[in-house]
Design a protein around this ligand. Structure first.
Ligand code: NAP
Length: 244
């Protein structure tokens, strides 16, 4: 009897160990989140449907959610997507994507309500054109830092601002890997955004804290001048180097 219970206990311990090893080695997918996409333009129309395909619940935040174009975007997104006002969408979500014009960010942030505890994905570019026709940054610091200042208890991650919306929709059309530079002060929030980027076929790369957003927003200035002024378009691919 004693010998039997010893054998059973040994088997049980082995099973527990096996379950532990398996659960630690199998990567756990990011659980389904409610993602509010504020705006219903090009970036919203690319990221919304792609994130929905990953199993997330998408709610668009529009200044006019009953517009026909918004209804079409909701229908195209499928997977139970919906649309409401920006403040209501943000209140429902764990992750808020600010797919709005870069120069409108202050008015959007001032009317969106409390974003404390949420991940804010900031793909915006505040652009203006200099006298010579070249694009330049439209803010002194960066939109991401401004957003973090207006929402100090949210987790801002700058992401998806250095590529065209068509590449978000179809990364393979770029003809090679495309980087998604990420900056933000929360490693956990950046990991969540990295999983979203990877999920839609793009290559995230962590470039540091939110105070470096100025440089990432500057990357877009170089990108957009080459694309639309010099007509020598490129995509960013930051190849990681294996160190010993
Ligand atoms: N287009 C690209 O390829 C691309 C790529 C990377 C990053 N970005 C950046 O991502 C952001 C969104 O770009 P987008 O091309 O998607 O812009 P867009 O097509 O002009 O759409 C912006 C959306 O923001 C909403 N919005 C809220 N406040 C607004 C205001 N004051 N004026 C105008 N629209 C307002 C509108 O939706 P409702 O009317 O439904 O409210 C509008 O559809 C920009 O900051 C841009 O620099 C763009």
């Amino acid at each position: 009897m004693n010998e039997l219970s010893f054998v059973l206990r040994k088997h049980l311990a082995r099973c527990v160990l096996l379950i532990l090893i398996v659960s630690l080695t199998i990567p756990t997918p990011v659980s389904a989140e409610t993602i509010a996409i504020i705006g219903t333009g090009q970036v919203a129309s690319a990221l919304g449907p792609r994130f929905a395909e990953l199993g997330h619940d998408i709610v668009y935040g529009s200044r006019n959610p009953s517009r026909d174009e918004v209804k079409q975007l909701v229908a195209h997104t499928g997977h139970g997507a919906s649309a409401t006002t920006p403040a209501e969408a943000a209140a429902m979500a764990d992750i808020v994507v600010l797919a709005v014009p870069g120069m409108a960010i202050e008015s959007v942030m001032k009317s969106i309500g409390d974003l404390s505890g949420k991940i804010i994905i900031d793909p915006t570019n505040a652009l203006r054109r200099g006298d010579d026709g070249l694009f330049e940054l439209g803010v002194e610091t960066s939109n991401a830092e401004l957003i973090q200042g207006w929402a100090p208890n949210a987790f801002v991650v700058k992401a998806f601002n250095t590529l065209n919306w068509r590449t978000m929709l179809d990364p393979e059309s770029a003809g090679g890997p495309v980087s998604i530079p990420l900056v933000g002060d929360s490693a956990e929030a950046k990991a969540v955004v990295a999983t979203l980027a990877e999920g839609i076929g793009l290559e995230p790369i962590d470039l540091g804290p939110v105070r470096y957003a100025h440089f990432v927003e500057g990357m877009l200035i170089l990108w957009i001048n080459n694309r639309y002024v010099y007509r020598k378009p490129f995509d960013f691919h930051l190849r990681t180097v294996q160190t010993k």
